[in-house]
Write a protein that binds this ligand. Structure first.
Ligand code: F6R
Length: 607
């Protein structure tokens, strides 16, 4: 959600800033811009829409200078147009902001009353004016930034340049991520390690409330009390090639096909196949005392949590509450001391989930987090960090992070069951065995890519699509509908198959494709009965099941997708694949922007 990059260097920076934005474009693509500084003059290029528009602008415009800041925007305040595009300049200050300044209105009124004129509708511009005003009043840039940060409410990361300071860049973060990178005679700011990957591998993660004075020969970090602090410089390990598509047409497609490898990788760090045991990362928690788990997440990660609820309740017999993060905090949930609050997030930076985490900690919960970005805020705040090893996920629609989350959550459920004394060593070994089968089963599911592509035309013309599932396949129905709507813009809903007759069945006619997820197993017959009710009313069914299920109930469906036989435990992991592929191929058939669907961005760092 907005990407920031800044360089204070030895060579001209405009091209390198643009390349940095390419690695950050997944965070937002409503507009983009770069500002450089040379001989006391700012030069700025901004363009609405995607980076290719900024590229065209840069071909017309020279941006000289060996220091500069750049931004790719996901619009919050103000429509996506050039005046609202960052960087913003007020007097002698240029800045880029990721996040929201919640009290911008009152600040803006105050600044306007002081005679300051605003050129954009953004909340960010007020920050530039606040700093510029402090400088006009006699403060130096560092003092000016230090003075105004405490006046800002909200979650943000900011990079500043100052017209009269060719040796200075300042960064600040609260709630949104910002890293500082160390180079040879130059230094950098970036929203993440990938933005800086080709520039440096040595980075320090700013902590919440930190701000940093960056010069060519070094940087000094300050905490929220404005005291100098040291933050460890670590090897980022990030690779710019992780944000390349290779031979794939889209990142989403690449990430779908990476799933056998990344799920195997993730499982490898949670299983000991030799002795058939599950092991969580080192921790000093006593899980046997946990009597209630509260799962909180957003979007796809929330659906992973819904599957986990089945597993935790079934294996560990621990009651599970689950809520979307944006609702959780505001309903004043009852959280008894000593409960475990489990947060699931690909990015580890989602503002709603982070806020829910803070709230849960205040309520005495033990904090566990299933997170894909190990350096993220959520990862740092967890008492029990359960990393997924999906690698960077660039496609805005989450795919491989979801299946890796499921792998971790299954391991967690088994571990909790063991800790509670409700699972024998043999049962645990069975679970390990079945989880080990997941990568191969995902591979087999991927072999149906061509079949699924060939049926995209059945869904692409639809205005509405329904997905049905039961038990742990119900969250998969929700996930399938979310994938379809976000990348193909077709209205889709997931329903618990048994709920159809309580209302949604009224929607059925020959123009509404119904995707039914029904692997053979405990829920098969009931789901198939619900499917027949739909078919009896003229519904066009795309039926996803295994060979046995297709043989029993596949007749009369407009299309079928055959999945491998899989143990019920890993079915949700395997059945994620066809719903991802179907959404992908429908979007390709419709010609939408698969990796950067309209109005969306990866990492939702605003509430
Ligand atoms: C959907 C999708 C979103 C995210 C949600 C949470 O494909 O990607 O629904 O799952 O924004 O993001 P994280 O997992 O980063 O907290």
């Amino acid at each position: 959600m907005c990407g920031i990059v800044g360089i204070i260097g030895k060579e001209p920076v405009a091209q390198r800033l643009f390349d940095g934005l390419k690695r950050l474009e997944y965070r937002g693509y409503d507009s983009a811009g770069i500002c450089t500084l040379e001989n006391g003059d700012f030069s700025r290029a901004r363009a609405q829409g995607k980076l290719h528009n900024l590229k065209a602008e840069l071909e017309e415009k020279d941006l000289p200078g060996t220091l500069g800041i750049a931004h790719t925007r996901w619009a919050t305040h103000g429509v996506p147009n050039v005046p609202n595009a960052h960087p913003h300049i007020a007097g002698k200050v240029a800045l880029v902001v990721n996040g929201i300044i919640e009290n911008f209105k009152s600040l803006r009124e105050e600044l306007q009353a002081d005679g300051r004129e605003f050129l954009s509708e953004t909340d960010s511009e007020v920050v530039a004016h606040l700093v510029d005003r402090e400088m006009e009043r006699g403060k130096d840039p560092q003092e000016a930034v230090a003075a105004i940060l405490s006046r800002l409410h909200g979650a943000f990361a900011i990079a500043f340049l100052f017209q009269d300071e060719p040796e200075l860049m300042i960064g600040a973060r609260r709630g949104a991520p910002l890293t500082v990178g160390a180079g040879e005679g130059e230094n950098y700011l970036g929203s993440d390690a990938i933005a800086l990957a080709p520039l440096t591998q040595k980075i320090a993660y700013l902590e919440d409330g930190d701000w940093v004075v960056v010069k060519r020969d070094g940087f000094q970090i300050y905490d929220s009390d404005n005291d100098p602090v040291e933050r460890e410089l670590v090897e980022s390990g990030a690779s710019a090639s992780a944000v390349e598509k290779g031979n794939y047409r889209h990142f989403m497609q690449k990430e779908i096909f990476e799933q056998p490898a990344v799920v195997a990788n993730t499982l490898a760090s949670y299983m000991r196949p030799i002795d058939g045991t599950v092991a969580l990362p080192d921790n000093d928690l006593d899980l046997s005392t946990i009597d209630r788990v509260t799962i909180v997440a957003c979007g796809t990660s929330y659906y992973a949590g819904m599957v986990a609820k089945y597993w935790i309740e079934k294996f560990a017999r621990v009651a599970v509450d689950i809520d979307v993060a944006s609702e959780f905090r505001y309903r004043d949930p009852v959280l008894e001391k000593g409960g475990l609050a489990l947060f699931i997030s690909q990015s580890g930076e989602t503002a709603d989930t982070l806020a829910a985490l803070d709230h849960s900690r205040e309520q005495g919960q033990i904090i566990a987090a299933v997170v894909n970005v190990p350096t993220s805020a959520m990862a740092r705040e967890a008492d029990l960090l359960l990393p997924t090893h999906a690698g960077p996920e660039i496609g805005v629609a989450s795919t491989k992070a979801f299946t890796c989350q499921l792998a971790v959550l299954a391991a967690f459920a088994a571990n909790l069951a063991r800790a509670k004394g409700l699972m024998s060593a043999d049962e645990e070994a069975e679970i390990v065995k079945h989880l080990q089968e997941a990568p191969e089963a995902i591979n087999e599911a991927l072999n149906h890519d061509d079949d699924i592509a060939a049926m995209a035309h059945l869904v692409a013309p639809a205005r509405d699509v329904l997905y049905l599932g039961r038990g742990p396949d119900y969250p998969l129905a929700l996930e399938g509908a979310l994938k379809l709507k976000e990348i193909s813009y077709i209205h889709a809903e997931g329903y618990a198959a048994g709920e159809m007759k309580h209302g949604p069945i009224a929607l059925i006619d020959e123009d509404v494709p119904v995707i039914v997820l029904a692997p053979s197993g405990p829920y098969f017959e009931k789901t198939v009965s619900n499917m027949q009710e739909v078919r009896a009313r003229g519904g066009k069914i795309i039926f996803i099941s295994d060979a046995k299920g297709l043989e029993e109930a596949g007749d009369g469906c407009v299309a079928t997708i055959e999945m491998p036989e899989a143990h019920p435990l890993i079915q949700p992991i395997v059945y994620a694949v066809p719903v991802q592929l179907l959404a992908y191929h429908v979007a390709v058939a419709k010609g939408t922007d698969v990796d950067q669907p309209r109005n969306l961005a990866k990492s939702v760092t605003v509430e």
